[in-house]
Design a protein around this ligand. Structure first.
Ligand code: ADP
Length: 490
């Protein structure tokens, strides 16, 4: 008999496509790591279910134990696929990895929508089948982004008569831009879901296409997104990515809960990746030392008196890089250096390489993914640029504040909710902000920041210390998720 949960402890199964430190391409990976840990601290039992991608480092694979395997039918024509379960635990969280070489041996997690649709149909169904196999029935399955969006649908259909069918579902939108859209036939085939779900209230977006996220949002018991402002924004045309009416229709079950960061993972006092770790007391001197180390590492002129602007980001149009590109040369002056770390769209990669070539010693463009360099930039830069077109929550501004690096952000989504604008009269605020998506306004914010940095250093230092004092941990938000789980358990 399966192990039912009768007590007050909440059991949550997290289902998603990436999780630090196993595999991370962006903020989703951070949340899948940090939120379960925070929930465990609040007394929850949490399992995280992930694909066993080939790219997961061997040192983690060596810690996993084999829990068993079975065959699972998936497609419309009843083809069966192997499901293996490998398990490990870390800091009170259990991680179950779904093994299947056909789907997950490609290297990177995301390889293109054509393969990703079958991959995540399989994964969503296998995750629920694995919970039944493990005889661990959660109160809540907490699904993340489009890759896990079929879970609420499977839960209420194929799995309704099975033990896991008693669970309720939460679907969190980390980024609405990616939805898992394909032809109706492709999704019908790979999901094996019944024809009657292919209507306009669930999967269909037009007479040819189906949308996995749309179906999940319709079927989930609760929908959350990662900031209050984004929860409002996605109900509008501009930010709704075509799903605004669908989300407005379901708004009774929509909540905005802002992300935190794992304050042990991001702790400037105990960060092994920093040449000079620092607490609040020694922050100003230590940041200058880290700046010198950053300049040395990247071949910039070594001078802690220079102002360093950092940018750590996926290089996509979401991140406001058109604005940065438009005013790049005008942001520079003899006292300013710029450090860019990111990969993505070739047009932005090319633009930043060009600026580095034009301004050797003053601009460094690191077109790569590098965790240790990211830490050094958060510690060594003076300010971090996050001028996003849209930003569901954004973690880089939270990390930078924790490291005493002042964010310069556009007032959208989580950026608006987490960075209070600097007030010159009172000296209060966490960073420099601008509202409309306009390059001149970004430049204005950068210039305002420069003026305070150069001419009112005590006020600048006040922002640095206030940012380091700001609570960016998961504590409060984890409790808000717990409230959602409790509501559902009643
Ligand atoms: P998104 O999820 O949209 O990419 P977030 O701000 O939510 O943006 O999260 C980005 C995360 O990825 C942060 O932890 C950031 O430090 C990290 N990151 C982004 N690009 C790089 C990179 N090139 N190298 C190292 N870390 C990166």
């Amino acid at each position: 008999m399966s192990e039912m949960n009768q007590g007050n402890t909440i059991r949550a199964a997290f289902i998603g496509s990436e999780c630090y430190p196993f595999v991370k391409t962006g903020g989703l990976g951070d949340v899948m790591y940090a939120l379960p840990r925070a929930l465990v601290r609040e007394g929850c039992e949490v399992r995280v279910i992930l694909p066993l991608y080939a790219c997961i480092q061997q040192k983690y694979k060596d810690q996993m134990i084999w829990k068993g395997s079975f065959m699972m039918d998936l497609t419309q024509d009843g083809r069966s696929f192997f499901v293996g379960i490998m398990e490990m635990s870390m800091n009170g969280v259990i991680y179950d990895f779904i093994e299947n070489r056909e789907f997950f041996d490609w290297g990177n997690p995301y390889t293109g929508l054509w393969e990703d649709i079958p991959k995540y149909c399989y994964f969503s169904k296998a995750a629920l089948a694995a919970l039944n196999y493990l005889e661990w029935v959660p109160d809540v399955v907490h699904c993340h982004d489009w890759q896990a969006a079929l879970v609420p649908v499977y839960l209420r259909t194929r799995f309704a008569p099975t033990p896991v069918g008693s669970a309720r579902s939460v679907l969190t939108i980390h980024n609405l831009r990616f939805q898992g859209i394909c032809s109706i036939e492709h999704l019908k085939y790979w999901s094996g879901l019944p024809d009657e779900l292919f209507n306009y209230s669930v999967f269909m977006v037009n007479s040819n296409e189906a949308n996995m996220f749309k179906g999940g949002l319709a079927y989930a018991d609760r929908v959350t997104t990662v900031s209050r402002t984004y929860a409002e924004e996605i109900q509008t045309d501009f930010y709704g990515e075509g799903l605004n009416s669908h989300l407005s229709y379901h708004r009774e079950k929509l909540r905005g809960i802002v992300n935190g960061i794992d304050v042990e993972q991001w702790d400037s006092r105990n960060d092994p990746l920093l040449p000079v770790p620092y607490g609040r007391e020694e922050a100003l001197a230590a940041k200058a030392e880290n700046k010198l180390a950053l300049q040395r590492r990247l071949g910039l002129l070594e001078d802690s008196g220079k102002r360093v602007l950092g940018l750590v980001s996926r290089l996509t149009d979401q991140k406001g890089l058109d604005l940065v590109d438009a005013v790049f040369e005008r942001m520079l002056d003899e006292n300013t250096q710029v450090v860019v770390l990111g990969t993505g769209d070739p047009r932005y990669e090319g633009a930043f390489r060009y600026y580095e070539n034009q301004h050797r010693g003053q601009v460094a463009s690191c077109i790569m993914y590098d965790e240790s360099l990211a830490h050094l930039i958060y510690a060594g830069a003076d300010a971090l640029l996050v001028p996003s077109l849209f930003e569901p929550c954004g973690l880089t501004q939270l990390i930078s504040m924790r490291y005493g690096t002042v964010p310069i952000v556009r007032e959208t989504g989580g950026l608006k909710d987490t960075v209070a604008p600097f007030q010159p009269e009172s000296g209060e605020g966490n960073g420099f902000t601008f509202d409309w998506y306009d390059a001149e306004l970004l430049l204005d914010a950068v210039c305002r920041a420069r003026e305070v940095y150069l001419e009112r250093r005590d006020q600048w230092n006040g922002i640095v210390l206030r940012d380091m004092d700001k609570d960016v941990s998961w504590g409060q938000s984890a409790r808000e998720y717990l409230d959602v789980y409790r509501e559902l358990k009643q």
